[in-house]
Design a binder for this molecule. Structure first.
Ligand code: HEC
Length: 203
């Protein structure tokens, strides 16, 4: 009997629990590290910050049955190419603007947040910038129209729900636009589905 497995022995169950926990910890560590390959900036699904120097589109991929970002040729934001560290500074500032004004109290990013305003994940690709806000603000580029809107959203309403003026200055608005442009380049496996599909998105 000495060598047989005795399932009534508490030591048997303890050994089972300890070994299962250890194995699952290793699996979890592996999955966490593996996810970084996808979700870190510069990873498989998330371009480096200097992607803001390029044109970003969104097109249906028949193999994946989802909309995927299409990174195109040069299209520097505000007409000025930035280095990766300069782009990273803009992202940091844009993120701080978004946190300090609590945009997530009304908006969602990647579906997280509140649903009073539209999801911002792909807002850079919203055809409304070209079709409505550029003519409305009188600005000749999308990014300038976005800056003007973010500084005075109360002046340019397009909807029955209004975005209030959040006292965003011009530098803050430019950094937020940079952040939103980068955000739209993230491959979200097609989320939000069919974004901007009903109207051509300025391409
Ligand atoms: C009190 C709620 C509220 C807060 C806070 C808020 N927004 Fe909005 N936002 C809205 C509403 C409502 C709209 C739609 C306005 C319209 O179309 O006239 C909107 C529209 C937008 C749009 C246009 C989206 C699109 O694709 O049409 C952007 C970009 C945006 N907000 C960014 C921000 C950012 C960045 C912040 C934080 C700095 C923020 N918002 C904070 C309510 C809010």
């Amino acid at each position: 009997m000495a060598n047989a497995v005795n399932i009534r022995d508490p030591l048997f169950w303890r050994a089972g629990a300890v070994s299962t926990t250890l194995v699952m910890l290793i699996v979890l560590a592996f999955l966490t590290i593996d996810s970084y390959r996808y979700i870190a900036h510069g990873g498989i699904n998330v371009p480096d910050y200097d992607v803001i120097n390029q044109k970003i589109g969104y097109a249906y991929d028949w193999n994946r049955h989802a909309d995927v970002p299409v990174i195109g040729g040069e299209q520097p934001l505000f007409g000025k190419k930035v280095s990766e560290p300069e782009a990273a500074d803009l992202m940091l500032k844009g993120k701080l603007v978004i946190q300090s004004r609590n945009c997530m109290n009304c908006h969602t990013i990647f579906g997280n947040g509140a649903y009073y305003g539209p999801d911002l994940t792909k807002s850079w690709l919203d055809p409304a910038w070209h079709q409505i806000w550029m003519p409305m603000t009188g600005k000749s580029t999308q990014e300038e129209a976005m800056v003007e809107f973010l500084m005075h959203p109360d002046k340019y309403p397009t909807w029955n729900r209004r975005m209030p003026n959040l006292n965003i200055d011009e530098d803050e608005a430019r950094a937020t636009v940079a952040y939103l442009k980068w955000l739209s380049s993230v491959d979200t496996n097609g989320f939000p589905a069919g974004f901007g599909r009903s109207v051509p998105n300025g391409q």
